[in-house]
Design a protein around this ligand. Sequence first.
Ligand code: MN3
Length: 209
Amino acid sequence: MQHELPKLKYEYNALEPYIDAQTMEIHYAKHHQAYVNKLNEALVDLPAWQEKSVLELLQNLNSIPEESRTAIRNNGGGHYNHSLFWDYMAPVGTGGSATPQGDLMQLICDSFVDFGSFKEKFTKTALGRFGSGWVWLLADPAGKLTITSSANQDSPVSEGLHPILALDVWEHAYYLKYQNRRPDYVAAWWNVVNWNKVGEDFAKAIKNK
Ligand code: MN3
């Protein structure tokens, strides 16, 4: 099985003015494509692993032959994390309401005081991530929410965790429009969060509790 770039569900310019079309195009068609290509390359000599989904690869990194493990961790993570990231964004007004709804909103308020405090904590985590990495909202099957961050392309799924929201804080995600101003990028990104998708993934994460 060859891993493939997933289809983007909106046009490159659909997230403007918050995320510009040129950044979207380069980020998706160049950066994400490169992770896919390098993941396929890393699997060329590993027939036993070629039929696994990228999620299965990331969940079983320790079983992958050591000489290929880092390449699969980085490029499989890059492929998987970006696939989530695109889906956690939507053009303004098409991803549901401007805030989480229902049980998820209730749990966010129970866990972080209120929605504003949740956004503040998530943003602080994004600004505190040194260098390249990701910020995550995780939901465990018992219904506990956690904000965390990871370096490089490391994915929480490798630790058996369940991401329900992802933010890319690599400079390639924002440099063209925001240069070094990560705070401006993060503030803008909140406008395009697809809360419908976050809510769906939250429901899946807690389904088996
Ligand atoms: Mn990226």
